[in-house]
Design a protein around this ligand. Structure first.
Ligand code: SF4
Length: 320
């Protein structure tokens, strides 16, 4: 999700710079990729994919409950801390990392202040993340309790890599009123141990990962392993470059998406959409219970626009 202080002109400059100098070989490569994407979309449609092909908001069985408020522009992020236990090449967190609580783009002194922000903007769902939010367990628990104490029920999902998630903290989070967890299993190099433990506390234990095109065998294996474990939802993103990760994404050998990503604030890498669609088709064919949802850069852009329109309406005293 876009942060309030994102420098939009940076993205425009970056996109122009990356597109500049695309040669004939690259054009041929892009054409081949476009043809493969058309074939993938045809297969997905024929085999019953749900959602919007045009906006790349696609899912195999059901949308995760935590995504509904967000898709309607009524969701927000709460960053418990910017600190993290990992240093993923695809990470889009602002650097240098700071140990601050930020809710809906607003720095807060106390977790209990989050309720006012959620009420003021009539928000319906909060993705609690970081950094790694479990690095500050007391701050995290106070935040979840404050959100759960609101008179209108708010959906609360916790995003974590699982590194610091003990059984004790899982039990406390359950008691505090957390709805669900979303694990970044790629950040943990496909180690699913914390996910197995979380399932004992939260039936809705999900996974949310970027699709790394160079690791497709492991990504497909991940779908099968999660399905076998009884994980209900897996959200996938296309790998993208932004101000915070562009250098490291490029070092991994990924290039700009070129014209295909024109107009998007986050720029998917050239192989990103194809890899995500391919994994979606794999899940559609092979997963028995696991539902996979492709939340693309285009989807993120739509969500951001809806949220902005809603904020303007609210500021003008309009409808919720
Ligand atoms: S675990 Fe998440 S927050 Fe931490 S470095 Fe990786 S992507 Fe960034």
């Amino acid at each position: 999700m876009l942060k309030e202080n994102d420098d939009l002109s940076w993205y425009a400059r970056k996109a122009d710079g990356l597109r500049h100098g695309v040669g004939v070989a690259r054009a041929a490569e892009d054409k081949g990729r476009e043809q493969r994407i058309v074939r993938l979309l045809g297969a997905l449609e024929a085999e019953g994919i749900k959602g919007s092909i045009e906006r790349r908001t696609l899912y195999t069985k059901a949308l995760p409950p935590g995504c509904r408020g967000c898709l309607g522009g009524k969701g927000t992020n709460a960053f418990v801390t910017g600190l993290c236990t990992r240093d993923c090449f695809f990470c889009f967190n602002q650097k240098p990392r700071t140990d601050e609580l930020v809710v809906h783009g607003i720095k807060l002194a106390e977790p209990e202040d989050a309720g006012d922000v959620v009420r003021r903007y009539a928000l319906r769902s909060v993705g609690v993340s970081g950094g790694e939010p479990t690095l500050r367990p007391e701050r995290l628990l106070r935040l979840v309790r404050a959100l759960r104490a609101l008179p209108d029920r708010v959906r609360i999902d916790l995003y974590t890599n699982g590194d610091k998630l003990t059984d004790g903290l899982l039990a406390e989070l359950k008691g505090a009123g957390l709805d669900a967890l979303r694990f970044n299993a790629v950040a943990r190099d496909f180690d699913l141990e914390p996910i197995g433990r979380a399932l004992k506390f939260f039936a809705e234990t999900a996974v949310e990962v970027p699709v790394v095109p160079d690791r497709m065998p492991e990504m497909e294996e991940l779908v099968l392993r999660l399905d076998a474990m009884g994980v209900p939802f897996m959200n996938i993103h296309e790998l993208f470059a932004c101000r915070e990760n562009a250098g490291r994404v490029s070092e991994q050998g990924y290039a700009s998406g070129g014209e295909a990503s024109s107009g998007l604030l986050w720029e998917p890498v050239a192989e990103g959409d194809e890899a995500a669609l391919s994994l979606l088709l794999f899940a559609l064919r092979r997963a028995e219970r696991l539902s996979v949802y492709y939340c693309s850069c285009r989807t993120q852009q739509d969500i951001s626009s809806r949220g902005l329109r809603r904020r303007i309406r609210l500021a003008g005293g309009g409808e919720r």
